[in-house]
Design a protein around this ligand. Structure first.
Ligand code: SF4
Length: 391
């Protein structure tokens, strides 16, 4: 076999002009080497004033985060956008499903803009609506669909959220997945309920086993690429949790070996991970929780304490920079950003803002009315769950 030595092209460094523009950048995308990008972004934002509201997800690059009016996880940002009905333009520095959620929760008069349409999410793309509908048909054939409540993680497309809304289910976040599961099981007579959990098998398994006390054997994985999900009707009937075979390509990288290695080499290290990590990583960690929980934990940590964090690298770097009095490291020896999050760079942000100044509205993310209606039902069921502090 002949191997071709391909250069690795770091995103956004001007080394791959063919792919840098992303999917759709009509007009001039400024080169990453432009020394005036910061001034240009500042000037465009100033010119737009209250017309624009810039949202920055925690996993975004520093060069972009500096222009965010608010930062947060996907759900907080969608709610922040809904809290600014006076801003006609919402520039979402995050990924596609987040911009969809913002569109669902904002008014019809507002437009949500994703600076690069190539900023998708590999996890959300692992559950396509046609696949999920086929799975549901198989549950009907197995005679168990009436027992099943579908729950989807926020990190899913609008049509998967709408599917859950239409079929008596709800959305959850990494902070309230256990409350959502408790609610879902409570929708059926005791001992009969099942949950179809989309699209992240790890969040579903970690929540079910570690927080709800469900046995590992009662969790089965539905593989959309195999006939009948790779499961027999009996396996489906015996399961309490039917986990969709999806995962986050960033959090799925952390391994049990990295945890063991760090414990052996860094005395007193605290392992802090996101519940999208694999079960064997989460069970070895000291603390597990959402992005907001990770941030609060580090803020409250003792000076001099040591932390190895299993979440996206931009956030870990930012936490390390903000807390030089604590020893903060990344829970993996290989440096790996979320490549789709990193599609949003300063050139794309400048391009989006300057387009708005010029009277053009680029890359609008718009969810159709029927999908919006059902997705909102699923989101509302989540909002109606008993509240809790972000974990
Ligand atoms: S970090 Fe994972 S879940 Fe988040 S956008 Fe990237 S691939 Fe998707």
């Amino acid at each position: 076999m002949t191997t071709v030595d391909l250069p690795l092209l770091p995103l956004g460094r001007g080394s791959d002009p063919a792919t840098e523009p992303g999917v759709e950048c009509p007009g001039d995308l400024p080169p990453a080497s432009d020394p005036h990008l910061v001034e240009r972004a500042r000037a465009a934002k100033e010119a737009l004033g209250d017309q624009v509201f810039v949202l920055g997800h925690h996993y975004q690059r520093d060069e972009v985060i500096q222009f965010a009016d608010v930062t947060g996880d996907s759900f907080k940002l969608a709610r922040d956008a809904a809290g600014r009905p006076d801003a006609p333009y919402i520039v979402f520095c995050g990924v596609h499903f987040m911009a969809e959620s913002a569109d669902i929760l904002t008014t019809d008069a507002q437009q949500v803009i994703l600076p690069d349409l190539a900023a998708g999410c590999s996890m959300a793309d692992m559950a396509l609506i046609g696949q999920v509908e086929d799975a549901w048909d198989a549950l009907v054939d197995a005679g168990i669909a009436d027992d099943v409540v579908p729950i989807t993680y926020m990190n899913s497309s609008a049509d998967i959220k709408a599917f859950c809304g239409r079929n008596g289910g709800a959305v959850c976040t990494s902070s309230n997945a256990d409350v959502a599961l408790e609610w879902a099981f409570g929708q059926r007579p005791e001992g009969t309920g099942k949950v179809l959990f989309l699209p992240d098998q790890h969040l579903g398994r970690n929540t079910a086993v570690l927080q709800m006390g469900i046995a590992l054997e009662e969790c089965v994985v539905w593989n959309p690429h195999r006939p009948n999900g790779g499961l027999t009707a009996e396996e489906l009937r015996n399961a309490k949790m039917i986990l969709w075979k999806g995962h986050c390509s960033v959090h799925g990288r952390f391994s049990a070996e990295s945890v063991d290695q760090l414990r052996a080499t860094v005395p007193g290290v605290n392992i802090l991970v996101h519940p999208e990590c694999r079960h064997e990583v989460v069970t070895r960690a000291d603390l597990v929780g959402s992005t907001e929980f990770i941030i609060r934990t580090i803020e409250a940590a003792e000076p001099g304490s040591s932390w190895a964090i299993g979440t996206e690298l931009n956030l870990v770097k930012r936490l390390a920079d903000a807390h030089p009095d604590k020893n903060i490291s990344f829970l993996d020896r290989t440096v790996c950003y979320c490549s789709t999050m990193n599609r949003i760079d300063l050139p794309h942000l400048v391009w989006a803002l300057e387009s708005l100044v010029a009277g053009q509205v680029p890359n609008v993310i718009s969810v159709d009315a029927e999908t919006q209606e059902w997705a909102r039902v699923a989101l509302q069921r989540m909002l109606d769950l008993p509240g809790r502090t972000a974990r």
